[in-house]
Design a binder for this molecule. Structure first.
Ligand SMILES: [Zn+2]
Length: 232
């Protein structure tokens, strides 16, 4: 199906520019190497604020990066092996307006680790990418009650079968449906896909099909988030 049949959307979790108008173009550095990885320099070079496309640099564990200053960054604990306290110290040294943190299958970080970061850094907005995977219920609860917690369902929505309507774990896909239907949580959800690792167009179509009024989820919430943190 051609791209023009897709509704307008921002992709808050993307590693490549595909069909989205804007969103976060997230860098990936270090190991393991993936064919589509973009460096910090490359995502910032592709940034186009006129269409609300923002490059998001990646914070690596290397000591030299401790001086790396940028208002919006991505922390990838599973890949880099850093601890919650390492991230907390980084947030104190470089006040970030928005911190994207990977949460998928975080075997070394309990959901409470993310909650503590959000509590200890109330001036920072947190976008918990992938909404915890197996731990999704705890993350949905955080989005409901913590004013500075936002979620995307990138990757999780496809891994657990939500995108193809073939759930392989109802606890997860029901939690996605609940979050989208509960107004106090739905306003904290930004649409993301993790493309090209996961399918962008299929996820957009499914969201548009399931929601009676998908504009807030696909466009409006992202625009409110970037306004909240002063990127626009
Ligand atoms: Zn990703």
């Amino acid at each position: 199906m051609p791209a023009e049949t897709l509704p307008d959307f921002h992709d808050a979790h993307s590693h490549a520019v595909e069909h989205q108008r804007g969103g976060f173009l997230i860098a990936l550095e270090g190991e393991p190497r993936l064919p589509y990885m973009l460096s910090n320099q490359q995502v910032l070079a592709q940034e186009d604020r006129s269409r609300l496309l923002f490059g998001v640099p990646y914070v690596s564990h290397r000591g030299s990066d401790r001086s790396f200053d940028y208002p919006v960054v991505k922390y990838h604990a599973r890949r880099e092996g850093y601890s919650p306290s390492w991230v907390s110290v980084d947030l104190e040294r470089h006040p970030r307006r928005l911190a994207l943190i990977d949460t998928l299958n975080a075997i070394d970080w309990a959901p409470e680790s993310y909650l503590t970061l959000a509590r200890d850094h109330p001036q920072t907005q947190f976008l918990f990418c992938h909404a915890g995977g197996y731990d999704i219920l705890q993350f949905v609860k955080m989005a409901r009650f913590m004013p500075n917690v936002w979620l995307d369902f990138s990757a999780t929505q496809e891994i657990f079968g939500w995108v193809d309507r073939q759930s392989n774990l109802r606890a997860v896909t029901d939690a996605i449906d609940h979050a989208l239907a509960e107004p106090r949580i739905a306003r904290k959800l930004v649409f993301g896909t993790d493309n090209p690792g996961f399918r962008q167009a299929a996820a957009v179509r499914e969201a548009a099909r399931r929601l009676t009024a998908p504009h807030d989820y696909l466009v409006g919430n992202f625009e409110r988030l970037v306004a909240t943190v002063g990127l626009v």
